[in-house]
Structure formats: structure tokens, C-alpha cells
Design a protein around this ligand. Structure first.
Ligand SMILES: [Zn+2]
Length: 330
């Protein structure tokens, strides 16, 4: 078993979304970190899983615990992070790992945790990408399934809005609405079409962030107990507190995009469509995922057939033919 404790990735692209088949990891790999909200030390072990088993989380510290499917319907709490639960057993802060798994095109995986919360690592998805790249990804025998959006679905919560709409590929746009003028120095909008932009290079490294003065409130509700400048970008009224500065000039809005991608991957399959988020956080992202599951006339499950004429140099997803598997998946 390989072990990876931490690190940052700007590593090679794995062309995950060109993959027509399901994928898992080559061999188990583990890492150690702390939960950002609990402050608790936790060991995370990723294990290969069989085709069509999806992503599941298993608490090894709870006697008799069963694996919890990484599914939008199991989301039990969205206060500052996304947590899933089955009965009385919960797993907290799954979104950055889920985002990394989407980015690498991992369909099947067992995630074992020695405590309740997924480790925060450096606050981004990059350390999870590094862990997985250290053991490698394997293609499996079954075709990968996608959720292809055929009609727009939109949800809102006060002035926040999130939607998915039909699109040939996967595109994601996000507008970050800041609650403090310090954010005005940085871009608040990002849109990426992952046919020609690398998630690993341009999104996975974006860290969690917050205002120094918001931390006291978060800690008063038993959140962010493990938060530090090692796992988040901290901001004072003047600017960034981290000595190393930002990884991207638009790191804040990109982190919100990273979160949304992770929250939506709780649908269990990658989306073919265009996501748009305006001020959308974990609660609204989950509301959108649940709305998608409910509106089963607004999407279909497809696999992708390789288009022989497209050639190897075609952008991800383009030049591929949809093969509808089931138009009324509930
Ligand atoms: Zn986040």
C-alpha cells in the first residue's frame, strides 16, 4: 500500500473524461490528516472497488458500520461542508474528495475513514489527486454512465441560484458574491469548459478560504476547529494572510466551483450539461442535485461510444456519440 501524507498537485492530466469505461484505482493508498471542522486526526484509505459499485464511505472506527453511498440523497448536513449519513453514522466534509474523484474520472472506490471527517489536507482537492496519481487509475470492463441533461433544471434559495442545462460536454460557470470588500480585488466569475480546460491544473489546487473574523463565529458552532493557514486561505480586512499568497488570482471563485463539482458528483455519475451557480453553496448545490434526481424527465443515462472518425486529438467528449441506456432512471 502506498502512503501519501500531503502535497500539492499540478501533475499530468489523465484525460479522465475521454474515458469510455468505468475507472477505479490500481491499488490501495492512504493518507493522514485532520478534519477541518472537528480538528480530529484521521486516516483515509482509498481502496479499489468493482464496476457499478460507485463511491462508498466506510467508518472503520464505528463497530458494525455499513458503507454509505456517496449520494445526494444521503446528504444530511450542509453547514459549511457537505456531510452524508446512513442511520446514526455520518461522514463529514466529502466535497473536496468527491471533486477530485470527478476530476480523475473515478467511478468506483471504497473510502475508509478512521474518524467522522474526511481530512482537509491543504484545503483543496490537489492532495487527493496526488494520492490517486501515486498508485494510478485502472480502466474497468463496464461502460461509464453519464447523466445527460435534456432540459434545464433551476433551483434557488433567496437570491442564490443554481442550474443545469443541456450542453454537449461539461461546462461550469460560477459567480461568487462576496460579503466583504477585500474580495473586490479578485475575480468573482469563472466559466470553464472542460473539453479544453484542465480541472487538475486550473481548479484542483483552489483552497478553502475565509475571513479571519468569521472564524470565531464558526468555532462557536463547533466548526472550523482544525482550520489554519495550512489548510485555508485566511483573509484580514486588508488582504490575504498566507505568506505564500494565492495559487490562482481567481482562487476564491475557483474553490466555489470545485465545491459545486464535488457536491454534484454525489449524483453518482458525471453530468453532461452546463452547470451555472450564482452564490450557490453546499445547501443549494444539494438542492439542485436532489431536483435533478426528482426531474427524471429532464435527463437520461448515456454511455459514450468512441467515434472512429474523431481521431485521438479531439477534445474531451467531442466527437463521441451518446448511447442512451435508460431514459427514465428514477
Ligand atoms: Zn470547499
Amino acid at each position: 500500500m502506498k502512503d501519501v501524507v500531503n502535497g500539492s498537485s499540478q501533475g499530468g492530466e489523465l484525460l479522465s473524461h475521454r474515458s469510455l469505461n468505468q475507472r477505479t484505482i490500481r491499488e490501495p493508498v492512504y493518507g493522514i490528516g485532520i478534519g477541518v471542522h472537528s480538528g480530529e486526526k484521521v486516516r483515509i484509505t482509498l481502496r479499489p472497488a468493482k464496476p457499478n459499485t460507485g463511491i462508498c464511505f466506510l467508518r472503520t472506527d464505528v463497530t458494525g458500520a455499513v458503507a454509505i453511498p456517496a449520494s445526494a440523497e444521503h446528504v444530511a448536513d450542509t453547514t459549511l461542508a457537505t456531510s452524508i449519513a446512513h442511520g446514526s453514522v455520518s461522514v463529514a466534509t466529502v466535497e473536496h474528495l468527491m471533486s477530485a474523484l470527478w476530476g480523475l474520472g473515478i467511478d468506483n472506490l471504497l473510502v475508509e475513514l478512521s474518524a467522522e471527517e474526511v481530512p482537509i489536507m491543504d484545503g483543496s482537492a490537489a492532495p487527493f489527486i496526488d494520492m490517486i496519481e501515486s498508485v494510478g487509475v485502472v480502466e474497468q470492463s463496464q461502460a461509464r454512465q453519464f447523466i445527460r441533461i435534456t432540459r434545464k433544471i433551476e433551483v434557488n434559495q433567496e437570491d442564490a441560484v443554481a442550474s443545469v442545462a443541456p450542453y454537449d460536454g461539461f461546462k461550469a460557470g460560477y459567480t461568487f458574491v462576496a460579503n466583504h470588500p477585500v474580495y473586490d480585488q479578485y475575480p468573482k466569475y469563472v466559466e470553464m469548459d472542460f473539453a479544453n480546460a484542465s480541472y487538475i491544473k486550473h481548479v484542483s489546487g483552489a483552497r478553502s478560504f475565509g475571513l479571519e473574523k468569521e472564524l470565531a463565529y464558526a468555532q462557536s458552532i463547533q466548526k472550523c476547529l482544525g482550520s489554519s493557514l495550512d489548510n485555508a486561505v485566511g483573509l484580514s480586512d486588508e488582504g490575504v494572510l498566507n505568506e505564500e499568497g494565492l495559487r490562482y488570482n481567481d482562487e476564491f471563485v475557483k474553490h466555489k466551483l470545485l465545491d459545486a463539482i464535488g457536491d454534484l458528483y454525489l449524483l453518482g455519475k458525471p453530468i453532461l450539461g452546463a452547470f451555472s451557480g450564482f452564490k450557490s453553496g453546499h445547501a443549494l448545490n444539494n438542492k439542485l442535485a436532489r431536483a435533478i434526481l426528482r426531474c427524471d424527465d429532464a435527463w437520461e443515462i448515456v454511455t459514450l461510444k468512441a467515434d472512429i472518425q474523431s481521431g485521438a486529438g479531439m477534445p474531451i467528449l467531442h466527437g463521441q456519440i451518446y448511447d442512451q441506456v435508460n431514459s427514465s432512471q428514477g
